[in-house]
Design a protein around this ligand. Structure first.
Ligand code: NAD
Ligand code: UDP
Ligand code: UDP
Length: 312
């Protein structure tokens, strides 16, 4: 039975395409709006003939008039090489895109969820990061178009709630990985796996002692769906991520072990403003959503390696 009509902006992207599959499986009708800036038609190609699925090429910086019950607002490039390619468009996507989607939510009465990011914490002085931490973000650096764009998007969500009483939900997503990351995506998990499978050097930026916490995409999607169906009074922001914390050197070693690669490690310069550590405190997600990730890094990496082998 078809339950709800759901708009997923950025639904042809990595996380969005997994979310769309799960919503369709659950019985929802799904409309994807995507301009294919960093997403791929092939991510949703298998859904094109599905009776519950519809796809429009649309840039969210322009208004969109459709009738829906819920909006998952994911449109925004997430990988540094993509979001830095056209930084003005990145800020526009977060700011104008959020205003348009909030305007749509206001007109239709739809519940709206923002895919925000751990980048709102910047290079954090507090570890692990809790939602109450206001962050440590450079407003004028090469990452700012993404970080400040998402911070402003969060502001807009909370102002639309205060001013217009909109039902909002804000997720702060930590580094997520899994099948359908693009081989040229530029993020660390895809880079290391592609390099290991090709027998090319594994590129570690800086000394490799910086840390990240990696969440498998299926776990993350469960978190987004739990947040959307949480108590009406619960808005977040809520951290969604896997608290397991690894240095980039440890990640490289795991990828080498899993692939049996002969690749060696090569160091490259550390990009400007690269955060030195990152780990979510997920106690709020555990108590408010009864959510926690289930997939260990080695399990998730094995599935991701399988995906990339199919490209090789
Ligand atoms: P992605 O780049 O694979 O997906 C983003 C999608 O948005 C793409 O399909 C892209 O074409 C689309 N898009 C970009 N600009 C658009 C615009 N102006 N109009 C319409 N569509 C547009 O990235 P992802 O990893 O799937 O990330 C999805 C969301 O989750 C993003 O909002 C991202 O900021 C957030 N997020 C992701 C991570 C992560 O680790 N993957 C971490 C934190 C937050
Ligand atoms: N908007 C949209 N779809 C809708 C309703 C509004 O894209 O269904 C856009 C509209 O173009 C506007 C923005 O959302 O620029 C914000 O709408 P809101 O009603 O909050 O502001 P206003 O139209 O009063 O400026
Ligand atoms: N990184 C790396 N080698 C790569 C790509 C990234 O060492 O080939 C590092 C990067 O400098 C950062 C970490 O891995 O410290 C995570 O980078 P990613 O771009 O995946 O995510 P983000 O920095 O946005 O968390």
């Amino acid at each position: 039975m078809v339950d709800r009509r759901i708009l997923v902006t950025g639904g042809a992207g990595f996380i969005g395409s997994h979310l769309v599959e799960r919503l369709i499986e659950r019985g929802d009708e799904v409309l994807v709006a995507d301009n294919f800036y960093s997403g791929l038609r092939s991510n949703v190609h298998h859904l094109l003939n599905h009776p519950q699925f519809e796809l429009v090429r649309h840039d969210v910086t322009f208004p969109l008039y459709v009738e829906v019950d819920e909006i998952y607002h994911l449109a925004c490039p997430a990988s540094p090489i993509y979001y830095q390619r056209d930084p003005v468009q990145t800020t526009k996507t977060s700011v104008h895109g959020s205003i348009n989607m909030l305007g749509l939510a206001k007109r239709t009465g739809a519940k709206i969820l923002l895919a925000s990011t751990s980048e709102v914490y910047g290079d954090p002085e507090v570890h692990p990061q809790q939602e109450g931490y206001w962050g440590h973000v450079n407003p004028i650096g090469i990452r700012s178009c993404y970080d400040e764009g998402k911070r402003c998007a969060e502001t807009l969500f909370f102002d639309y709630r205060r001013q217009h009483n909109l039902p909002i939900k804000v997720a702060r997503i930590f580094n997520t990985y899994g099948p359908r990351m693009r081989p040229d995506d530029g993020r660390v998990v895809s880079n290391f796996i592609v390099q290991a499978l090709a027998g090319e050097p594994i590129t570690i930026y800086g000394d490799g002692q910086q840390t990240r916490s990696f969440c498998y995409v299926d776990d993350l999607v469960s978190g987004l769906m739990s947040l959307m169906s949480s108590d009406p009074g619960f808005t977040g922001p809520v951290n969604l991520g896997n608290p397991g914390e690894f240095t980039m050197l440890e990640l490289a070693q795991r990828v080498i072990d899993l692939t049996g690669s002969a690749s060696r490690i090569e160091h490259r310069p550390l990009p400007q403003d690269d955060p030195s550590r990152r780990r979510p405190d997920i106690s709020l997600a555990e108590s408010a959503l009864d959510w926690r990730p289930k997939t260990a890094l080695d399990q998730g990496l094995a599935k991701t390696v399988e995906h990339f082998r199919s490209y090789a």
